[in-house]
Design a protein around this ligand. Structure first.
Ligand SMILES: C[S@@+](CC[C@H](N)C(=O)[O-])C[C@H]1O[C@@H](n2cnc3c(N)ncnc32)[C@H](O)[C@@H]1O
Length: 203
């Protein structure tokens, strides 16, 4: 399997470093836009080296930092990284599949994924699982990168198409959806797709 989809072995260690530097700008911009309330429980799907979770825990005091990734290498690496670097928050990083989340319903105030949604084999199912573990009133955020010029990794504009599909899927699940575009440079941008789960007493 492609190393970016499931980092493993010696090449996976190298891929971890590449993800860390290549996605740093997108992770920083995404964390700046995430606004969980202090004391929140947050969950990241496909956390890779754990950079976004670390930055988020440094920015806001959290009760629980949780995550799921299907790469044992990335789970081990993110655990090492977050040891002692998450304030007072509890830590729960698990090995697993995005389409089958081993967390209780309505557990999290915020569920998010950075540069991972496009890799999931069953995106509808994964989003339904993410919406299920979200508390009413909580946010599901997908951070999707877009290359503005033809490059080595993917065709220009592919991220925008992926973001459009994500918006449709989240609406289908009954979430209130907003989309924001962050332009990093003439070459790169990030789409932030945010779906809010209606509160218990809202229509
Ligand atoms: C491109 S990396 C991005 C990592 C990190 N979010 C970042 O921005 O640096 C995608 C991550 O998602 C994980 N992943 C991909 N498909 C997955 C799936 N179906 N279930 C769980 N994790 C998955 C990979 O193991 C990898 O760590």
């Amino acid at each position: 399997m492609h190393q970016a989809v499931k980092p493993q072995g010696a090449a996976g260690v190298f891929m971890g470093w590449l993800l860390e530097s290549g996605n740093a700008q997108q992770n920083r911009a995404t964390v700046e836009a995430l606004e969980p309330p202090p004391g929140a429980s947050v969950l990241e799907i496909g956390f890779g080296p754990g950079h976004a979770l670390e930055m988020l825990a440094k920015k806001i005091p959290l009760a629980l930092v949780a995550g799921l990734d299907h790469s044992p290498l990335m789970v081990a690496r993110a655990k090492r990284r977050l040891n002692g670097r998450r304030g007072d928050a509890a830590l729960d990083l698990r090995l697993g599949e995005a389409g089958d989340l081993p967390f209780p319903d309505e557990k999290f105030d915020l569920v998010f994924a950075v540069n991972a949604f496009h890799q999931w084999p069953d995106q509808e199912r994964a989003l339904a699982e993410m919406a299920g573990v979200l508390k009413p009133g909580g946010d599901l955020v997908l951070s999707i990168r877009d290359f503005r010029v033809e490059g080595r990794f993917e065709p220009a504009g592919k991220g925008q198409q992926t973001a459009r599909r994500a918006v449709d899927m989240l609406r289908e699940l009954g979430l209130q959806v907003r989309q924001r575009e962050i332009v990093h440079s003439p070459r790169r941008a990030t789409f932030l797709v945010r779906g809010r789960k209606c509160g218990r007493f809202e229509d």
